[in-house]
Design a protein around this ligand. Sequence first.
Ligand SMILES: CC(C)(COP(=O)(O)OP(=O)(O)OC[C@H]1O[C@@H](n2cnc3c(N)ncnc32)[C@H](O)[C@@H]1OP(=O)(O)O)[C@@H](O)C(=O)NCCC(=O)NCCS
Length: 216
Amino acid sequence: MSADPEVVRAWVEGWALSRQVPAPVATGQGWRVDVGLPEHRVRYVFADLDLAAVRKLAESLEPPGAFIKACVGSEQLAASLPASWGLEPLHYMMTAELGREGPKPPETPKGYELTLDRQGQVIVAALRDTSGEIAASGRIALAGSSGIVDQVVTHIDHRRRGLGRVIMQGLERAAARSGATTAILVATDDGKALYSALGWDLHAPLATAAIRAGST
Ligand SMILES: CC(C)(COP(=O)(O)OP(=O)(O)OC[C@H]1O[C@@H](n2cnc3c(N)ncnc32)[C@H](O)[C@@H]1OP(=O)(O)O)[C@@H](O)C(=O)NCCC(=O)NCCS
């Protein structure tokens, strides 16, 4: 299963918008994002894997906070890296077609209130319970004709009550009505179960490796 570089490019662009970090820089074979946090300084993202090029890159990077992500299985990425790098859990790039209007308006479960707040190119969804606490939230960044979903989470005390579904339907509908035709995200295992139930398609695996602290 090989990834479409255009889908990966849109995801990297939307992720940077969502996290309010500098726009991705094309490196020829992939993209670099200068995230700038102590624990997450820089990330390189590849749609495909050129083993020799990725190994050379990995050997040139210094700890801490350097990540390499590629749309391949974890073993494939590990095979291209020096021992100073460790694997993170495998994630999944997924896509959905939004259509003109997106899904129908979500039916918010009793006792919760949905808000959708546009902040520049990012739409933020939140579901609050009757005490005003946030029970679930998520965001979607608008990058060209793509909407990139990010940071979807339901508080552990509120899971499996349909809140993740409402957040997703709210975000997809808002993005479609703002002109997005395709939605893209990278899912955890929990997220993959939710998005599959909502009709999203698996696009490609996304393996991640991080340089170990203390390695040179
Ligand atoms: C993923 C997550 C947001 C799901 O939120 P949620 O509010 O529990 O999801 P919903 O109740 O709306 O689930 C709707 C449907 O999705 C599927 N689903 C959701 N979570 C699932 C899980 N952990 N395992 C299996 N199916 C799941 C089910 O079909 C579910 O319907 P059902 O409960 O009637 O069976 C939540 O588990 C979470 O916050 N996880 C930790 C953070 C995370 O991984 N976020 C995703 C980042 S990509």
